[in-house]
Design a protein around this ligand. Structure first.
Ligand SMILES: Cc1ncc(COP(=O)(O)O)c(C=O)c1O
Length: 353
């Protein structure tokens, strides 16, 4: 009963038919047409159970990223993999550590198994390696870092992540949740593969919900050392990723041109949104993802802007649940959607400066 249920981003606004949905960090472009085709083709086999090992999907991911498919475990979204990792490795009296504004599911999944969620303080809205390490105790079982983080968009550099790993006791698992890795282009960023390959206590989580635009199908994957992959395969459901999702995800991960286009779209519009918001007196925190948070200065002003946008059919996300009530988070949308949110905020700011 200590769990506050996770609330997804709003998906509708009363009286508005075609909402602009910028509340859930979804893909601006939607899925690859090849993924849609594969999804439709799967309709002919709905009476068959899916491949419980997701072999074709793990092989396609392995080819795309140069990884051994045996080290990959697929899940019903990376949410399921977060939960499975915690189920396998933590329990009552043990601790799951994450950073103060880290993704909410770490706390929820820890509480669900009776483990203690521990949030390490951040510095400047970013994870702080020293603060995280200072929170490690003999009860710590896992450390989760969303990299880049949702909702702040902050990231730990390759060097910082290595020093976090090096500072952890060998029996503590470092889970790098790289849901937004495809968007993070900085030279000093690494999604996490080399760390997983080099150490037996590091895993990396990825998702098809973001750049691949397949949120509805719920597909995520974990790259893990053999012992951890083995544990995940023991605790997961036997058919945890449905057949249509597997088929669409294979097509999506193989459509490199489409992924490149989606990244280029983000590289154009993320900085555009940041500039336009700054010009309206709404500073944003630097983001390595496909979303950003804008600072409205006070919680009630952010709430008023959220309601103002919603009335106009534009859905963004309040992040009071993350302890950041003066901010609103918005995804990068299509060109027309980005223009619409900026035009609406211009009207909001001039009405209530
Ligand atoms: C950091 C982070 N991790 C994991 C997830 C869950 O993604 P999935 O749709 O793969 O369950 C999200 C979704 O917003 C996220 O922001």
């Amino acid at each position: 009963m200590d769990i506050t249920p996770y609330k997804g981003g709003a998906a509708d606004s009363p009286g508005v038919d075609n909402v602009i949905q910028l509340a859930s960090n979804e893909s601006a472009l939607g899925p690859s047409p090849k993924a849609i085709e594969a999804f439709k083709a799967a309709a002919g086999s709905l009476h068959r159970y899916p491949d419980g090992e997701a072999r074709l999907l793990r092989e396609a991911i392995g080819r795309r990223h140069g990884l051994d498919p045996a080290s990959i475990v697929c899940g019903s979204g990376s949410d399921e993999l977060i939960s499975l990792l915690i189920t396998a490795y933590a329990g009552p009296g043990e601790e799951v550590l994450y950073s103060q504004h880290g993704f909410l599911m770490y706390r929820i999944s820890a509480l669900a198994v009776g483990a203690m969620p521990i949030a390490a303080p951040e510095t400047g809205l970013g994870a702080d390696v020293d603060q995280l390490l200072a929170c490690v105790t003999s009860r710590t079982r896992l450390v989760f870092i969303a990299n880049p983080n949702n909702p702040t968009g902050s990231y730990l550099t390759t060097v910082e992540m290595q020093s976090l790993r090096d500072g952890l006791p060998p029996d503590v698992i470092l889970a790098i949740d790289a849901a937004y890795a495809e968007y993070a282009g900085a030279d000093d960023y690494t999604a996490g593969q080399p760390l997983v390959a080099a150490h037996d206590n590091v895993v990396m989580l990825r998702t098809f919900s973001k750049i691949y635009g397949l949120s509805a199908l719920r597909v995520g994957w974990c790259y893990a050392p053999p012992a951890i992959a083995d544990a995940l395969n023991r605790v997961r459901g036997p058919f945890n990723v449905n057949a249509a999702a597997q088929a669409a995800a294979v097509a999506a991960v193989e459509d490199i041109d489409y992924e490149t286009r989606a990244r280029a779209h983000n590289d154009t519009w993320l900085p555009w949104l940041a500039r336009e918001l700054a010009a309206l007196g709404l500073p944003t925190h630097p983001s390595a993802g496909n979303f950003l948070i804008a600072d409205f200065g006070a919680a009630d002003r952010a709430a008023a802007a959220l309601a103002f946008l919603k009335e106009r059919g534009i859905l963004v996300r309040g992040i009071g649940g993350y302890g950041l009530p003066q901010y609103l988070r918005m995804s990068v949308g299509r060109e027309d959607e980005n223009a619409a949110v900026i035009a609406a905020l211009k009207a909001f700011v001039s009405a209530a400066p």
